[in-house]
Design a protein around this ligand. Sequence first.
Ligand SMILES: [Zn+2]
Length: 121
Amino acid sequence: MESTTTKNCRACGHLIRGRSDKKFCNDYCRNGFNNQLKAPTENNIRNINHQLLKNRRILEAMLPLEEKMVIVGLLELTGKGFNEAYHTQTKTTATGNTQYFCYDLGFFKIENEKCVIVRNT
Ligand SMILES: [Zn+2]
């Protein structure tokens, strides 16, 4: 004998009848519910991408086109909204410095609250 139960749709709360493994009234409810679950993750990814692109834009604006590197104050960077926690890759130079890149542009800290902005070559 097939078991039928009544329970509530996980999306809209309406009573549903039918097979006991049914969780939603219909595809509309199932899709809505699943999209809701995905939303926080997608927002999080969007925010991270936004900060990475912002970081890159700030580095780009401070590094003159014809230059390979430039020294700037750390406060200058952070004052524009640069967040050093967000980078796409790191690179360790022969001299042991770790450079943090946002795509093709990067930076590394030097003494006296300064840092060097570099291109990834
Ligand atoms: Zn429903």
